[in-house]
Design a protein. Structure first.
Length: 286
């Protein structure tokens, strides 16, 4: 059996103590950890207002009746064999019918234009309100992702924490920050995926008999932010007891090394010990 050192010798608390001429394991300062809590905001998706009512339909029957009355009056005057003067007297009645029909059409077209303006203002209002809500949800989603990625970083960040890449190698204060009482003690990142959002999104109550495009857009907005994408998925060793990696060695070995790197970077060597068994012919663990 070969026991692997939890971190490179330059970074162990014993080596740090020897460099300072001390035998104590407390030469590396572990400041109190500040665990950032995920946002627990409550966001209410606004209920879209009712769209403007449709204008009354074009009074085709009224217009037709008015024109028909004027034509019948002129026809009646003609059939009676009246003088040309009587025909001229019937023209005002027909003109009145034409004017009435024209006024009805003009009123209808004016109402149509007014509703189009109202609908334009309605859509603009809905877009602005939903855009403000989307901006707030995007900020909360971004905050969740930053916290989750910061708490369970990738291997590149782990190397920065232990001081690899700096000269002289100097570990960051977040080294060995997890303690046995922390909720994420011995929790290891397996990869990236989707998690339910930590915030509460209240959606408008849909009316199945009266749905509008604005209401559907509001419901879609709530659904799109129900999960947070691209965040670490972890496994808690205290809960599961043991974890086995199965698969082709070319894929399983890097994951195993990443899990070990998380153990030695996040946890102090006097709180988590590593023991490894492998054939002497393998150099994968050097």
């Amino acid at each position: 059996m070969r026991v692997q050192s939890p971190v490179p010798p330059l970074l162990t608390s014993d080596s740090l103590a020897r460099r300072n001429g001390k035998a104590s394991r407390d030469s590396f300062n572990r400041p109190p950890r500040v665990i950032q809590a995920l946002p627990r905001d409550e966001v209410a998706i606004p209920v879209p207002p009712a769209p403007p009512a449709d204008p009354p339909p074009l009074p085709v029957a009224t217009i037709g009746l008015s024109l028909l009355t004027g034509l019948l009056y002129m026809l009646f005057a003609t059939l009676r064999g009246g003088s040309p003067g009587s025909l001229w007297l019937s023209l005002p009645m027909f003109a009145i019918a034409l004017i009435s029909a024209g006024m009805a059409v003009a009123t209808y077209l004016g109402q149509r234009r007014k509703r189009e303006q109202q609908m334009s203002a309605y859509h603009t209002l809905c877009r602005e309100v939903l855009a403000q809500t989307r901006t707030r949800l995007e900020g909360l989603e971004r905050r969740q992702r930053e916290i989750l990625l910061g708490n369970d970083p990738d291997v590149r960040r782990l190397l920065q924490i232990v001081g690899i890449g700096s000269e002289p190698p100097q570990p960051l204060q977040v080294l060995w920050e997890r303690r046995p009482g922390d909720p994420d003690f011995l929790a290891l990142r397996l990869g990236l995926g989707n998690l339910p959002t930590s915030i509460t999104i209240r959606t408008p109550e849909p009316n199945m008999f009266q749905t509008t495009p604005a209401l559907n857009e509001a419901l879609d907005l709530a659904q799109s932010f129900a999960i947070v994408r691209g965040v670490p998925l972890t496994v808690a060793l205290p809960t599961h007891g043991s974890v086995a990696l199965a698969g082709p060695r070319a894929q399983a070995l890097p994951l195993a090394l990443a899990l070990l790197a998380q153990l030695v970077v996040h946890h102090a060597p006097n709180e988590v010990r590593l023991a490894a068994l492998w054939p002497n012919t393998s150099n994968d663990w050097d």
